[in-house]
Ligand binder design. Structure first.
Ligand SMILES: Nc1ncnc2c1ncn2[C@@H]1O[C@H](COP(=O)(O)OP(=O)(O)OP(=O)(O)O)[C@@H](O)[C@H]1O
Ligand SMILES: [Mg+2]
Length: 268
């Protein structure tokens, strides 16, 4: 395999472990290195490089679980000894192994200087190094899609910015080819409105896409007018919408009251 810029970035990224056994194409077992055993790994984005059909492939995923195993501590004689004496110097802590689970979320294959979506069609050899992903790796891996990406924030509980796609519903460039339904659910004050506003701005980037907001609290209308909406998180909604040349029209409830039988176009 020819070494690419991405390979150099992966080499520089922190190695946390290697592929262990048993592993499958949906869940990869991870033998965690001693140097990474005291790190917060659950929730982190990780990556490994492997070869599939003669092409360099890069599999991205999230570490979903970390387990500790010490076979000596599971031995009945040792257990009884520990019960009476407490930890055993040569065994406790020293013979611990940390095993992780990694769920694969995206796979890319290197084709020339570009990267194309692929699938994990095989399980790479045990011992294949697994690295933590950082922004420089994501930036390079997603370089063909750079103008389509939108960032709502960082990976939950981690540092890299989470790249997302908000495609318009039409076919063609940057199009999904069909309409998508999204739901945001959470308890009061968990950030639903702020997230909805950010997603609205993501869709507002598409010139042909119109957005209708039913806004019973008036919070979207306020922010779109540049007024200060409740809450500590400031989103420059008006500036962004102006920058995108997206005109905003706000209709109050009174404008929508159907107060006569004859239909009048009150908005023209
Ligand atoms: N990503 C964020 N970073 C920092 N603060 C945030 C973030 N998202 C929301 N907040 C803040 O958290 C508070 C609650 O946010 P928001 O109003 O979006 O919650 P909500 O789930 O819509 O609440 P409600 O159920 O009352 O409508 C606000 O003060 C908001 O500014
Ligand atoms: Mg809200």
């Amino acid at each position: 395999m020819q070494r690419s810029h991405l390979d150099n970035l992966v080499d520089r990224a922190e190695r946390i472990g290697v592929i262990g056994s048993p592993s499958s194409t949906s869940e990869i077992a991870l033998d965690i290195m001693a140097s990474a055993a005291d790190k917060k790994l659950v929730g982190e984005l990780a990556l490994f490089r492997y070869s599939q059909d003669g092409l360099a492939h890069y599999a991205l995923g999230q570490i979903t679980e970390v387990r500790l195993r010490n076979v000596w501590h599971e031995d009945p004689t040792m257990r009884s000894l520990i019960r009476h004496r407490g930890p055993i110097d040569t065994v406790s802590g020293r013979q611990d192994t940390h095993l992780g689970e990694m769920t694969i979320s995206a796979v890319f294959s290197a084709q020339g200087s570009s990267y194309r979506p692929s699938i994990l069609g095989t399980v790479p050899a045990t011992g294949t190094p697994i690295h933590l992903v950082d922004d420089s790796i994501l930036y390079e891996l997603l370089s063909p899609y750079r103008d389509q990406l939108f960032y709502l924030g960082r990976v939950y509980g981690s540092k890299p910015l989470l790249p997302l796609w908000f495609k318009h519903f039409d076919t063609g460039p940057q199009g999904a080819g069909e309409a998508y339904h999204l739901g945001i659910f959470g308890k009061t004050g968990s950030g639903k409105s702020v997230l909805a506003k950010m997603i609205l701005l993501a869709y507002a980037r598409h010139p042909k896409m119109a957005l209708l907001v039913i806004d019973p609290q008036g919070e979207f209308a306020k922010e779109a007018r540049g007024e200060v909406a409740p809450g500590a998180f400031r989103l420059p909604m008006r500036q962004v919408l102006e920058g995108l040349r997206k005109p905003v029209i706000v209709y109050g409830v009174r404008d929508l009251v159907l107060d006569r039988w004859i239909c009048l176009n009150r908005f023209s």
